[in-house]
Design a protein around this ligand. Sequence first.
Ligand SMILES: [Zn+2]
Ligand SMILES: [Zn+2]
Length: 387
Amino acid sequence: MNIPPESAAVVPEMREWRHHIHAHPETAFEETATAAFVADKLEAFGLEVHRGLAKTGVIGVLRNGGSDAIGLRADLDALHILERSGVPYASRSEGRMHACGHDGHTTMLLGAAQALARRKKVDGTVYFVFQPAEENEGGGRVMVEEGLFERFPMRAVYGMHNWPRLPAGSFAMRAGPLMGAYDIFEIVATGKGAHAAMAYTGKDPMLFVAHAITALQTIVARNLHPQDAGVVTVTQVHGGDTWNVIPQEVVLRGTVRTFKREVQDLIEERMRGIVAGVAATFDMTATVRYERRYPATVNSETETGYAIAAASAVVGAENVDTDPTPEMGSEDFAFMLQARPGCYVWLGAGRGPDTPNIHSPQYDFNDEVLSIGASYWVTLAEQQLAG
Ligand SMILES: [Zn+2]
Ligand SMILES: [Zn+2]
């Protein structure tokens, strides 16, 4: 392990910051106290600070010499989960919880900002990007739309997420897609309500549901190339109020995950075709609302090489997996990667096979990796802005 002394020195402080942020979780676009905490710290480190990008986003700017610039990004927001971690610094805001480790991400980027400001080794500009609303609300997209890359011109942008399913002291990243695109759909089938005992007088949308859910599963099984990846999951069925009435209408909702635009297009097209066909079979109507929320997170080739070099310098090349199996979870850093080349990495944070995963009410960020993540940022910035 190669931890710069300035990163090692800030570990006790980082633990304090992390526990403070963990105890005071704030959800999408409401991260006002967290943003103020971050901005105050950055100012104390002597950085130029910009507040209020994408409502609660914060940018810290470390300028030192050359004209080259890169961006390092962390996320500020928590989730709507009732915490059951049992830690002494557990959430004091009932129903909100830092269950994805964004408290750790924010802390590691703050720790890196302090270490880089003290070391003064970079020749160029580092933008520390603290974005709001990573979960569900696409704060990363809003930052890009509000001019992140015009106001803070950078050659490349880098992201990092703790990954409890990988052992602490390791990294994983790959060129190409690492996380999936996230789409949602809502299907409304409208038949004709009737007495349940006189079904012949109505048009039963429950039949539509039974056939449609089964038929939708044939898209991945029978329309996708076997080497392409896709997930179609129906997560909600709403319809019916009592035992003896055929309802007029039934609603299905769910999500689609893909890595490629062509696959995304194909799944949407087949979904519309299947829904129309099943509705026609049972002589009723059905509508599809299909919404593309987050694109796939796709790492660029060159910058992934830089990320591998930095991670290898910190934990050793033998602890860096450069070809992990991508996951179909999604990540709104994808919007930044659409605008600039860059790399998103997984920081191993596991404490053994029973480590609660992200989004679990038992989850807690692993403090043992604070110094590793912060050192990765420091090393990456100094390697990239070496003058
Ligand atoms: Zn999450
Ligand atoms: Zn997350």
